[in-house]
Write a protein that binds this ligand. Structure first.
Ligand SMILES: *Cc1c(COP(=O)(O)O)cnc(C)c1O
Length: 375
């Protein structure tokens, strides 16, 4: 069994595992489940600082993104796709799939989206139904300032779809203050439940736009409108994955009771970055560091595969490489959710030190010691 220190899935707390093994009822017929589902959705909304409705969908994070696109996009709709990373530009595929016309707004992959540049662009181009933006683009770890981006888009009447799957609950998210219309999250990142669930928080403006469609949503499973009135009717569009939802609820109970949650992520993120740079490694990004993941370049003396293999074989620790254009180029340590703790990070960084020494990489000190001093 490996210690999972990847940027999602993460380690899963025992309370979550225990909740997933509770006796099951029939979630379609037993009305107490409908209450439990609604209560859990309301808890998520409240942790995200909004009264907007949240829906938990039976499917992994990608379903949330596809549901946002399927439910909002009508054939011919123009959609602004903010792109400074792999997930960012990837959203264009969903827009296209549902007949929309994606327009990429691309900025430097190594930096957070530049707000003043975006502002200048929007002054000239703002005829879009909605825009998509990724909060933390996990393959590079770049964090975009959605507290500024979403209000800016709203100023032009552009609805916002935010993919915060790998940031929320590790980075601050305030749906009302940021004016987010559709916010997508997933169970397996900073929430630290196993993969399998996504949840989407939906503004009144987004609901209106969905209801004002002239064409039907070209999907059943990804149609957010199928949940309309579920509570009044005590009826779900499909049988809910009850054990997954019990686990998710336990994960949110843990988050709710941990008042230092965000502060801990900020401290661990900063100390990890300091540890990585102090020992002579190079952070992949120029700025826009997320406190949920640290990404550094693979040193020229070795390969990503060798680092990952020795971390597994010698130390029983799973960290991650990356994919697409970043395959083989960077290493990612996930310190989100249950992974964001001192002991696991010290163990991981010390193991990394030993692995790099063994591979002949000239590291100047043990990053675990810098991490501890910095914390
Ligand atoms: C993890 C993640 C998702 C969910 O998708 P998978 O690639 O299937 O894990 C979506 N968006 C972002 C930014 C993620 O990090």
């Amino acid at each position: 069994m490996y210690k999972v220190m990847t940027p999602g899935p993460t380690q899963v707390p025992k309370e979550v595992l225990a909740a997933r093994s509770l006796v099951c009822t029939n979630p379609d017929i037993d009305e107490t489940f409908c209450e439990f589902y609604k209560e859990t959705c309301e808890k998520i909304s409240s942790l995200l600082h909004t009264k907007n409705e949240t829906l938990i969908l039976g499917g992994e994070g990608i379903l949330g993104l596809e549901a946002a696109s399927a439910s909002l996009t009508e054939p011919g709709d123009r959609v602004l796709v903010l792109d400074n990373g792999i997930y960012g530009r990837g959203f264009a595929d969903f827009v296209q799939m549902y007949g929309g016309i994606p327009e990429l707004y691309s900025d430097d992959d190594l930096s957070a989206l530049d707000i003043s540049k975006l502002d200048a662009y929007l002054k000239e181009h703002h005829d879009y139904k909605y825009a998509s933006v990724v909060h933390c683009d996990t393959p590079s770890g770049v964090l975009n300032d959605i507290s500024k981006i979403c209000p800016l888009l709203k100023k032009y009447g552009i609805l916002t779809v935010v993919d915060s799957v790998s940031a929320m609950f590790g980075e601050p998210v305030d749906v009302d203050a940021y004016q987010i219309d559709l916010l997508c999250g997933g169970s397996q990142k900073a929430v630290s439940a196993p993969p399998g669930l996504t949840f989407v928080t939906i503004s009144e403006d987004a609901k209106e736009a969905m209801k004002a469609r002239k064409t039907p949503v070209a999907s059943f499973y990804a149609n957010l409108l199928t949940f309309e009135g579920y509570y009044e009717k005590k009826w779900f569009p499909y049988t809910m994955p009850i054990s997954d939802i019990y686990g998710l609820r336990a994960a949110f109970d843990l988050i709710e009771n941990d008042v230092t949650h965000l502060e801990r992520h900020a401290k661990i993120g900063a100390a990890t970055r300091k540890a990585i740079t102090s020992c002579g490694l190079k952070l992949h990004l120029k700025n826009g560091y997320s406190n949920t993941v640290t990404v550094f370049d693979v040193p020229p003396q070795t390969t990503a595969d060798d680092i990952l293999r020795l971390m597994r074989e010698d130390h029983n620790i799973l960290i991650a490489g990356s994919f697409d254009t970043l395959a083989g180029k960077v290493i990612r340590i996930g310190h989100m959710g249950a992974n964001a703790n001192k002991a696991d990070m010290v163990e991981t960084l010390h193991a990394l030190y030993q692995v790099l020494c063994k591979l002949g990489v000239p590291v100047t000190c043990d990053p675990a010691e810098v991490f501890l001093a910095e914390l």
